[in-house]
Design a protein around this ligand. Structure first.
Ligand SMILES: [Fe+2]
Ligand SMILES: [Fe+2]
Ligand SMILES: [Fe+2]
Ligand SMILES: [Fe+2]
Length: 326
């Protein structure tokens, strides 16, 4: 072991993990809601090529990805220290206006800074230099995020969003149907977290392994590193699915719900990872067929088309994982 990490210390690192998952999902879902706010709130927006909404929307997406990178880096550290990373996020809150987004996000960044100050201190005390370096870097990222959100939270008030009356064509988007779409969203968030965490754990397992054969040493590659690469590519695609599904929910003027379901399962070896991942893909495919059936029945062609595209990716993922099964 590199250094002796106490349970308390690992718990602190896991608090950081819970935060990073939370903010990553929070910013991504806010990003998907922006379009809806933009079209509804300020009439003059129609006349502009880019608006504050577009700018803020892009910032939210960029930051969601940056937080996901933080998550990966912290996970990697936890696995190198011999710990187990949590997959349970802190509570995601989305908000109803750009200003509210900014206020919620500002608060999240403030809390992160507070926690990371503690972590930097703890890393110093325990003599864990690499974690210290990592969190000093993340700390300065979070400080930048905080300042961005500060600008937007100090803007003048926006008008209220108000309810859209449901026209006849939208009456098909009933509660049960939206719940089904949110179930799909929840499974995408789950896949993102599962694959990101496994990707880092695979690298950790790989580095701690002693016995390597000649081919592995010569090529610098083996099953764990190849699977780790597949996981990375896959989680990026799941993140896109998550974005598109949430966008669709907001497009039809309903609310996305940020839950993680099923709970991500990580496993303890590369063989276990891919077995669990194949199951996760199987779950998604079965669920999305249901979405397609419902969308077809209701005549929601756009959602049907979206899930037809997504299901093709999931099948590709399924076979990619299947290829690596022993
Ligand atoms: Fe972060
Ligand atoms: Fe941040
Ligand atoms: Fe997906
Ligand atoms: Fe997938």
């Amino acid at each position: 072991m590199i250094i002796k990490a106490t349970d308390e210390y690992l718990a602190l690192l896991n608090q950081a993990v819970a935060r990073e998952i939370q903010v990553s999902a929070q910013y991504m879902l806010q990003h998907t809601k922006i379009e809806k706010l933009k079209r509804k709130v300020i009439k003059e927006n129609y006349l502009l090529e880019t608006t504050t909404y577009d700018e803020f929307g892009q910032i939210l997406k960029d930051l969601a990805i940056e937080e996901m990178k933080h998550l990966a880096q912290i996970n990697q550290r936890i696995y190198l220290l011999g710990g187990e990373a949590t997959t349970k996020p802190d509570q995601v809150i989305i908000g109803n206006s750009m200003r509210e987004f900014a206020e919620l996000d500002l608060k999240a960044e403030e809390e992160a800074l507070e926690l990371y100050r503690q972590l930097i201190e703890a890393a110093k005390n325990i003599g864990d230099r690499e974690t210290w370096v990592l969190f000093t870097k993340i700390y300065s990222d979070e400080e930048e995020h905080l300042m961005k959100f500060q600008d937007y939270s100090e803007m003048e008030n926006e008008p209220d969003l108000g309810e859209t009356p449901d026209s006849e064509w939208r009456s098909i988007f009933g509660q049960e149907y939206i719940a089904l779409l949110n179930k799909a969203l929840a499974s995408e968030i789950s896949a993102v977290v599962q694959y990101t965490t496994q990707h880092e754990k695979a690298e950790g397992l790989e580095r701690m392994r002693r016995k390597k054969n000649a081919l592995e040493v010569a090529t610098g590659k083996n099953k764990a590193s190849v699977v780790s690469g597949v996981l990375k590519e896959t989680f990026l695609q799941e993140m896109e699915h998550m974005e598109k599904i949430s966008e669709r929910i907001y497009e039809i003027d309903r609310e996305s719900i940020a839950t993680i379901n099923p709970l991500p399962e990580i496993g303890n070896s590369v063989d276990e990872f891919i077995k669990l991942d194949r199951e996760a893909e199987n779950y998604a495919i079965v669920l999305y067929r249901k979405v397609i059936t419902e969308a077809t029945r209701l005549g929601d062609i756009k959602t049907k088309k979206l899930f037809e595209d997504i299901i093709q990716d999931e099948e590709t993922h399924y076979w990619a994982f299947d290829d690596f099964l022993p």
